[in-house]
Ligand binder design. Structure first.
Ligand SMILES: CCCCCCC[C@H](O)CC(=O)SCCNC(=O)CCNC(=O)[C@H](O)C(C)(C)COP(=O)([O-])OP(=O)([O-])OC[C@H]1O[C@@H](n2cnc3c(N)ncnc32)[C@H](O)[C@@H]1OP(=O)([O-])[O-]
Ligand SMILES: NC(=O)c1ccc[n+]([C@@H]2O[C@H](COP(=O)([O-])OP(=O)(O)OC[C@H]3O[C@@H](n4cnc5c(N)ncnc54)[C@H](O)[C@@H]3O)[C@@H](O)[C@H]2O)c1
Length: 308
């Protein structure tokens, strides 16, 4: 558990001044990447959204458009034309690319929201480190991987931090901003300012597993799986109990389907490697079975529950 005891943000001297983030390149156009792109574009930032194929990117833009329409339905309830104008104006701020390398060449911030896998994230940043301008800040939206470990694949340790958004990004107000022991004060300030510009409330957190929210949420969700697997409560009753008894907007099974079961499995597998003897992090057979069957939650139409 060396990671748990890691020394966190103590600022090193930086070669760069605080960067005002005007253009952001977001890698990964899934649930999180498209949500972050939407919010950044809505707050006047130029956004390039990157994914592995044009087909995925088309879906991402459709998701952004759908979510914007939900926003304008309320924001412009009495003025549908102004609402449509707003949607088009925001969409103009978003361009797409399937070439991460070229997208990183003229940007102030590269924010990664790809699969929750350390090696894949390191490979991406190591590649982009050679192509992005010197002033460009790199950040990861990882749920619980070590920011220092991801940053170690680059030579810009002072310009690297964690920027952890919550799902659904347009609705959730929090961003966890994480600096490592090598993150410069200027970089940290830039990330805090960027989060505020997005209309979010940032909190400062240490580079420890799960930061603040997931350090508490992971054991809670996993215990819900184990409780159900022991036969101590149906999924439905557990969800109802936590909504009506603890005031949560979603129960743990509903929330898991909303997050994505593949992402949850990636998080839990990584967590177990960090803390192998902790019985709280024992695998869930039910989760593993659903993921093996491709039932990844709402995004695939079935997870713990069926959708459609
Ligand atoms: C074991 C491992 C676990 C760790 C996992 C870690 C994951 C990660 O790192 C951390 C997280 O994110 S943790 C996860 C953290 N997240 C949570 O904990 C989330 C918990 N859930 C919630 O807070 C609420 O259920 C929601 C806000 C999702 C929905 O609100 P609701 O009231 O229950 O139900 P509603 O009727 O559907 O929606 C009402 C209205 O909201 C609006 N709107 C909604 N989505 C929108 C979107 N995408 N776009 C735009 N707008 C959107 C819209 O106006 C809609 O009205 P409409 O007329 O239908 O258009
Ligand atoms: N789902 C959540 O609730 C949530 C919340 C906060 C943080 N996160 C974190 O955000 C990240 C993304 O999660 P998500 O739920 O958006 O996943 P997702 O599966 O919805 O999307 C991931 C996207 O990344 C793309 N991708 C994968 N490898 C890529 C690469 N090398 N280059 C470009 N694109 C690539 C995939 O095609 C996919 O579209 C993960 O690190 C996750 O832990 C997730």
């Amino acid at each position: 558990m060396a990671f748990f005891h890691q020394i966190c943000r103590g600022f090193s001297s930086s070669a760069v001044r605080a960067v005002v983030i005007k253009h952001v390149t977001i890698i990964g156009g899934g649930q999180m990447g498209s949500g972050i792109a939407q919010v950044a574009a809505s707050t006047g930032h130029s956004v390039t959204l990157v994914d592995t194929s044009e087909d995925i990117l088309k879906k991402s833009v459709k998701t952004i458009e759908g979510s914007l329409r939900r926003v304008v339905k309320k924001k412009f309830a009495d003025k549908p034309e102004a609402g449509e104008e707003y949607v088009q104006k925001v969409l103009k701020n978003v361009s797409t690319s399937s070439d991460a390398g070229s997208a990183a060449q003229g940007t102030d911030l590269v924010l990664e929201a790809i699969v929750e896998n350390l090696q894949v994230k390191q490979d991406l940043f190591s590649h982009l480190d050679k192509l992005a301008p010197a002033h460009t800040i790199f950040a990861s939206n990882t749920s619980s991987l070590s920011i220092s470990d991801i940053a170690s694949s680059t030579s810009r340790l002072d310009r690297f931090g964690g920027l952890h958004f919550f799902n659904p990004v347009p609705m959730m107000k929090l961003v966890e901003v994480c600096g490592t022991s090598a993150t410069s004060q200027e970089t940290f300030d830039s990330l805090m300012n960027f989060s505020k510009e997005l209309g979010k409330t940032p909190v400062s957190c240490k580079d420890t597993p799960g930061f603040i929210v997931n350090r508490l949420l992971v054991p809670y969700i996993l215990e819900a799986y184990h409780l159900h697997e022991r036969g101590h409560g149906s999924k439905e009753d557990v969800d109802i109990a936590m909504k009506l008894g603890a005031g949560y907007p979603m129960g743990p099974f509903e929330l898991s389907d909303y997050i994505g079961l593949d992402t949850i499995k990636f998080i839990l597998d990584g967590w177990r490697v960090m803390d192998p003897n902790n019985p709280s992090f024992a695998p869930s057979e039910l989760l593993n079975k659903l993921v093996a069957e491709g039932k990844l939650g709402k995004k695939t139409g079935e997870g713990f529950y069926k959708y459609k």
